[in-house]
Design a binder for this molecule. Structure first.
Ligand SMILES: [Zn+2]
Length: 498
């Protein structure tokens, strides 16, 4: 759904290959959902005109790792490492009303748009995995106008498999984490039916999301590989998020060289479609194998830090030349949908693993957050740059904001000083979804009222879960401590090979 013609006039158009500090002033002509031309003095020719003087026009930011299922948990958690946080966040996203499903999808989408994000990869924990839920989420994205690469998560191995030595926890704590598997076939029947009912077009794209290698049997991974091939889809999966997961690989997957990458490779998943998410505790040799296969890594520093998982070995990744993307992850685990923060973290944390002068640079972070993230979704050549024949997904940044006072470098100030305040107008698929900071597609005030109403039940449910599960925490704390004890040949906080 796009207006017929839109001319954005006299903005500084950010070009990855041009002057990234002082982009050239140009016009952008949009026809339908696509960019038709970029250049000086383009003819309006009946198009609606948006004046972009003192505005930076940047490619829409893409969030390559996100879960819409817990946006209502924003600000509810602090101080918990991942394994303890799972105790609360997993149940809070499950079995919710359709009203809540719609509202939580819109809340995350609204925040994304306001922060200059034009596309999210929503790896949704949809429980139950049913049409009504899937329809509700797709409809919410369509209504607000945010582009989505949608991938309801699939798995067959029970959630307790995320815990190292999970079988040593008391039975009731194991039950809280989840000891039930899921049959494989009905999940693929469900996905096949959704691909048919909602074919990818406009702002809807599909991907596959096996939850994590250790949550999938070989048969499940093989089914994912076959489905990705059949429907030409990209694959996203959580991998090596915590030190505990590296130990799970060494111990439980010893017959696969102690490597989750080998385990995926032997089941047909290690190829150019694959994107692994997090990779804090991946080894240098595994990174190099990823690079050889043209598989990608999506970094999520914000949640890795907040959930005490560690710091991904950014410089090993850059040196190995593996393709990279950036994500913001859960609202209960970072707790913000801001690619600006993700880009800044990427640049700053590179200094932790190597104090020498040099990369990563702001302009590289911008590439990863646009072109790199488009590549994770198989949308390269269509998203991530302001060029003719690309989709018209772009953002106008107000250079009068104090983040640009004084204005010395577009790339550096977008990455290091932009907090999201400068995001003024957002166009997705040729449709103006936010105009001069007002959302144009949904009634934002009505959404706020609805969320306020829903939160009464949500908080009551949350408090009941916290009370019922309190006695599990000491056991999970001990399990978490134990994963930090063995030497695994990687630095203590940075997953960099010593
Ligand atoms: Zn995730």
């Amino acid at each position: 759904m796009a207006s017929s013609k839109l001319l954005i006039r006299n903005g500084q158009v950010y070009d990855h290959d041009g002057d990234v500090h002082k982009p050239k002033v140009a016009d952008v002509l949009i026809e339908g959902a696509d960019i038709a031309a970029v250049g000086p003095n383009l003819a309006a020719d009946g198009a609606e005109v948006i004046d972009a003087r003192d505005r930076l026009i940047v490619p829409g930011l893409i969030n390559a790792h996100y879960h819409s299922h817990d946006t209502l948990c924003r600000g509810m958690f602090e101080e918990l490492p991942l394994e303890m946080w799972l105790l609360y966040t997993l149940p809070m996203g499950a079995n919710r009303s359709r009203e809540e499903l719609r509202a939580r999808t819109l809340v995350g989408a609204l925040e994304s748009i306001r922060c200059g994000i034009t596309c999210v990869q929503d790896m949704l924990g949809l429980v139950p995995l049913d049409e009504a839920g899937s329809d509700t989420v797709i409809e919410a994205y369509r209504d607000i106008g945010l582009r989505v690469v949608f991938s309801p998560m699939v798995w067959d191995v029970p959630p307790i498999a995320m815990m190292r030595d999970g079988d040593q926890l008391p039975p009731d704590v194991q039950a809280m984490m989840g000891t039930q598997g899921r049959p494989i076939e009905p999940q693929f029947d469900f996905l096949e039916s959704q691909f048919n009912r909602h074919p990818a077009k406009g702002t809807l794209h599909w991907a596959l999301a096996p939850f994590a290698p250790q949550r999938c049997s070989p048969k499940m991974l093989q089914a994912c590989a076959a489905c990705a091939q059949k429907h030409d889809l990209q694959v996203y999966t959580h991998c090596y998020e915590t030190r505990g997961q590296a130990l799970i690989a060494r111990e439980r997957f010893a017959s696969h060289d102690g490597s989750l990458i080998t385990y995926m490779e032997r089941n047909g998943l290690l190829d150019e479609r694959l994107n692994i998410v997090h990779s804090v505790w991946i080894t240098r040799a595994e990174i190099e194998r990823m690079a050889e296969a043209d598989a990608g890594i999506v970094l999520n520093h914000l949640s890795n830090l907040k959930l005490k998982s560690g710091i991904a070995p950014i410089l090993d990744m850059c040196e190995a030349g593996v393709r990279l993307g950036l994500g913001c992850d859960n609202c209960s685990g970072s707790d913000v949908q801001s690619v600006f923060q993700a880009m800044k973290m990427f640049c700053l944390l590179g200094a932790v693993s190597d104090s020498e002068p040099g990369a990563p640079m702001a302009q590289e972070a911008l590439r990863h957050a646009t072109l790199g993230n488009a590549r994770t979704a198989g949308l390269q050549g269509r998203l991530g740059a302001i060029r003719p024949s690309h989709k018209a997904d772009l953002v106008l940044i107000d250079l009068n904001d104090t983040a640009y006072l004084p204005y010395n470098s577009a790339a550096r100030q977008l990455v290091y000083t932009e907090a999201g305040r400068g995001v003024e107008t957002v166009v997705i698929d040729g449709r103006v979804v936010m105009r001069e900071r007002r959302i144009a597609t949904i009634d934002e005030d009505a959404l706020r009222r609805e969320v306020a109403g829903l939160m009464k039940h949500f908080i009551a449910d949350y408090e009941a879960i916290v009370a019922a599960r309190a006695h599990a925490l000491p056991h999970l704390r001990e399990a978490h401590r134990r994963v930090w004890q063995p030497d695994i040949g990687l630095d203590r906080f940075v997953g960099r090979t010593r």
